[in-house]
Design a protein around this ligand. Structure first.
Ligand code: ATP
Ligand code: MG
Length: 605
């Protein structure tokens, strides 16, 4: 432990220099710091981490999704960054720093100038040349490597940076967790072969596991969709929190874990039953959801089928207004998985009411797949095995019961997996049943393969002098988002409970009457010097606030260890210690407090 090494050889000159450096960096008094806590949370803060970060004075909003990191918040952010850097360096990646402002030509070359959409902030310089504010840096790094790396002898390479990104998010929210300007660690690796890319991918998987473990977070790595960045294999790292935006599916009996966007819903292992009922039209006035219809008819929800009306290839469809309609059929209790649907069907959008009325002669809420003529019917695997089901009659106020494929509906255009998995579904690896939880995505690793290297002609000469395209991987960590995610995971009614590794200070000393009692002042100052000398990140609250005010503030900002110095304890040679998560405080002899705290901090993840 670095602290232990620093604490012991105090007599040596080199250590004295190191310690005086640490003194400046670590020791802090509230009178010289800037604490700006608030009693009330801002009204726009939907999640607890956003509320607490603003109340603790860690961040200040400048514009939607754009924040100033105040000194207290910045200390936390820097600690996260430091752990990320240490582990990336240890893993063999090399740090550089690329520009935030990037010329449009590179984005045109990769094809993302057109593809990225409005999340890409574009601007012009004084010569009317187009630029972007980087949301990610694949283009820039590939440009660097294609210019400077020519031979297989220079590979593999892994460059990373910790840098500001700008994404013009459609709905910035949750404070810094979905900001528009945010800090990311992004790394990019270049290889002569796919096998070598896979080796580095595993290296990064392990590195990320170490990083999130050291940060003191509960997390899970899951298989993920590759999204707009593209490429093949991909894993996301999620901090587990009920407020997380992502749903994760995992199997408690096996290693299977995947983002719900990706997790496969297997085809039911049963055959479709033969039709037993005749099809009948029934009045269902005002019942437009499957749940309402099922209740009204006294049937279980799983006997109903819902229709999602969509327009395929929307850009082309705009020309022939209204566009040709298609429908996706899902069981009443299931939800559409848009990522899966886009994989099967290509780009699509939900149909507008006027398009639905024009194609089916009926408003949404009563739609069904019976007698729909040319409308394409895409059927989820679970629906394909249903018989005698209930669906809309394509007439306002009516549904059909006893509907069956083969007899009442023309053959589906496609049967595929269109839905989100639900708890209890069989695990795709065949080893048990799925459970669901929620997570905040804090890291994402991709095997990009040759997507960008090909577009930007990033090649090398192999051993036989032949030109080949490089294989690429990319690896992102949401540095700012980690701070919010840590608070989502660690808080109570009194405020933030930071893991010690990223707390703004590790220990706070709260003296009772610093300005009134010489004994208290002397003891507090001595402890402050001792802990600082041992490399502990310590805050001395030397304001003359009431004890309750100081305690509440130190708890709100999430300092994991508190030592109270008071005349009464000192008379017995004791100090009062309380851990942020402890229900009771304890009295410890003066001489023991230093070793006690050092042991606790060295033991923390
Ligand atoms: P999301 O699905 O949350 O939008 P993403 O897949 O777009 O994330 P990546 O492109 O993989 O994100 O970026 C790497 C990391 O950067 C993410 O894992 C996440 O932690 C972080 N990140 C992405 N967008 C934001 C944002 N708007 N604000 C803060 N952090 C972000
Ligand atoms: Mg995104």
């Amino acid at each position: 432990c670095l602290r232990a090494q620093l604490a012991s050889p105090i007599g040596h000159l080199s250590s004295k220099i190191a310690i005086s450096f640490l003194f400046q960096r670590i020791l802090m008094r509230t009178s010289r710091f800037f604490l700006a806590t608030l009693k009330e949370a801002p009204s726009d803060a939907e999640v607890i981490s956003h509320q607490l970060m603003v109340r603790a004075g860690m961040i200040k909003r400048l514009a939607g999704g754009i924040y100033t990191w105040m000194p207290l918040g910045l200390r936390v952010l820097r600690k996260v960054e430091r752990i990320v850097r240490e582990e990336m360096d240890r893993a063999g990646a090399i740090e550089l720093s690329m520009p935030a402002v990037q010329p449009a030509e590179l984005w045109q070359e990769s094809g993302r100038w057109e593809k990225y959409g409005p999340e890409l902030l574009r601007c012009k310089d004084r010569h009317q040349r187009d630029f972007v504010i980087g949301p990610t840096h694949e283009e820039v790094i590939t440009d660097v490597v294609r210019k400077d790396v020519k031979s297989y002898r220079q590979l593999p390479l892994h460059f990373y940076q910790v840098q500001v990104k700008f994404r013009d998010e459609i709905r910035p929210r949750f404070g810094i967790m979905r900001g528009r300007e945010f800090l990311m660690k992004d790394g990019y690796s270049f290889h002569t072969s796919f096998e070598d890319l896979q080796r580095e991918y595993r290296n990064m998987f392990e590195t990320y596991t170490r990083i999130f473990t050291r940060l003191g977070l509960k997390f899970r790595a899951v298989a993920a969709d590759t999204g707009s960045i593209g490429g093949t294999g991909s894993h996301e790292f999620h901090v587990l929190a009920d407020s997380g935006e992502d749903a994760l599916a995992y199997c408690p009996d096996s290693d299977f874990a995947a983002n719900v966007e990706l997790a496969e819903a297997l085809a039911p292992a049963v055959a479709r039953p033969a039709a037993a009922e005749t099809m009948q039209k029934v009045a269902t006035p005002g019942r437009i959801t499957c749940a309402d219809v099922a209740e009204f008819l006294g049937l279980p929800l799983i006997r109903t089928v819902k229709v999602i009306a969509i327009v395929l290839n929307p850009e082309a469809a705009e020309a022939e207004s209204p566009g040709p309609l298609a429908m996706i059929l899902l069981r009443g209790d299931h939800n559409l998985n848009e990522v899966k649907a886009a994989k099967h069907l290509g780009e699509f959008r939900f149909a507008r009411e006027d398009e639905i009325i024009a194609a089916l002669g009926c408003q949404p809420g009563y739609l069904g797949p019976v007698a729909v003529g040319e409308v394409a019917i895409y059927v989820d695997r679970s629906v394909a095995v249903m018989g005698d089901f209930v669906c809309g009659a394509n007439e306002a106020g009516y549904h059909l019961t006893g509907v069956n494929f083969g007899r009442d509906i023309t053959a589906p255009t496609l049967v595929a997996d269109f839905r989100n998995v639900v708890a209890g579904d069989p695990s795709p690896d065949g080893k048990g049943c799925l459970e669901l939880c929620r997570g905040v995505e804090v890291g994402h690793i991709f095997q990009l393969r040759t997507k960008y290297a090909e577009a930007l002609k990033c090649s090398f000469l192999d051993e036989s002098g032949q030109s080949k395209i490089m294989e690429m991987g990319c690896y992102g960590i949401g540095v700012t988002r980690i701070v919010g995610a840590a608070i989502e995971q660690g808080h109570d009614q009194r405020g933030i409970c930071f893991p010690a590794a990223i707390a703004p200070f590790e220990v706070c000393i709260v003296p009772m009457g610093y300005a009134k009692s010489e004994t208290v002042k002397a003891a507090a100052d001595a402890l402050y010097a001792e802990l600082g000398g041992a490399g502990i990140d310590v805050l001395l609250d030397d304001r003359n606030e009431r004890p309750g005010v100081m305690f509440a503030e130190m708890e709100l900002i999430g300092i994991p260890h508190r030592v109270v110095v008071g005349d009464r304890g000192l008379a017995e040679g004791k100090l009062e210690y309380k851990g942020r998560g402890d229900s009771e405080s304890q009295m410890l002899p003066l001489a023991e407090i230093g070793p006690f705290l050092k042991a606790r901090l060295c033991a923390a993840p």
